[in-house]
Design a protein. Sequence first.
Length: 110
Amino acid sequence: MLSPRDILDVAKAGGVQRVVLLSSQGVATRPGSASHGDVAGAIEDAVRESGMAWKILRPGGFHSNAYAWAESVRAERTVSAPFADIGLPTSPRSPAASPVMTGSRTSPLG
């Protein structure tokens, strides 16, 4: 199995100059979790250390995810979220387009 670093090395050798990683806000909000903190954090580190220009996006959620809440809203008039202590903002746009186009995250990609 290829590691994130291996994949980035192959991409770089193939002429890729920029990387955009769709990660998770869980890297910052749940750094001790196996899926978000450990795995996603390690992938982010590999991207930062790749030597290529990079942009890391950490969306919270997308409006389209709200379809999964439809039944509980109809039946109970509630939306349940996994973390009571963290706000879960959603985005109406493409997960990648808005931050990349506006440059709202500071990174070597600009």
